[in-house]
Design a protein around this ligand. Sequence first.
Ligand code: BG6
Length: 296
Amino acid sequence: EFTKGVNGLDKVILRDVRGSSAEVYLYGGQVTSWKNEHGEELLFLSSKAIFKSPKAIRGGIPICFPQFATHGSLEQHGFARNRFWSVDPDPPPFPTNSFNTTYIDLILKPSEEDQKIWPHSFEFRLRVTLGRGGDLMLTSRIRNTNTDGKPFSFTFAYHTYFSVSDISEVRVEGLETLDYLDNLQNKERFTEQGDAITFESEVDKTYLSTPSKIAILDHERKRTFVLRKDRLPDAVVWNPWDKKAKAMADFGDDEYKHMLCVEAAAIEKSITLKPGEEWRGRQELSAVPSSYCSGQ
Ligand code: BG6
């Protein structure tokens, strides 16, 4: 279903027969909403989000490409998140597609202006799929279409903002004992100690070579998000906490309590593609009710 979103921007709504849904803005190629079959919103979107170029939309799932954060000379998180993507009216079938899934393919190709800041030609195909049971799958296929014979390298993240009831009640499982770069300490390398990760202050860490499955347990809402990822070895965990929240114009002062970013990413080792080569990176999200004692 094609419709207009905030500021008249084009968006696409995917609906599952059982009632779950997802919304995707062509601006940024960005998922901004994912609801379960009860109509409950599962992603965080700031009430102060600015839906206007060149500002990336604060919330949902921004795409960080061709650069994650400041890992290079481009603008923070690259330019894909503030470009207008197009819809492929006739998308190719994927082997993983089955009945009862609904999907849309968005395409990003660089403009001449983009090629002045990143001198490469590429085709980025983002498939957003709402699966049976309301799972949300994002598959990115990035192809080097350079005609000058040159390879290119990039870093990447699905910058997912999960909606949580109360950040101080949330725990993340699957990252304990891993090495991480602390983005608050000049990307210095540390090793995570002990138990599941909990939150009591600002956090901005890039966990390296993580397992493919990460769980985000929202104790209060009795909900567990399960994030599965493929060809995305790293995972960023970010919450700005109170001080940084106040400093962001497009983020409410108290909203840090109700969100957590866990980002499936390829950061430590950049991905290199020769002309004609393609990379595929996938994340799958599900939200399941957790029993009171789960994870204890
Ligand atoms: C995270 C980074 O992925 O994104 C943080 O690790 C950054 O360092 C955050 O602050 C938000 O970035 P932006 O550009 O959307 O404000």
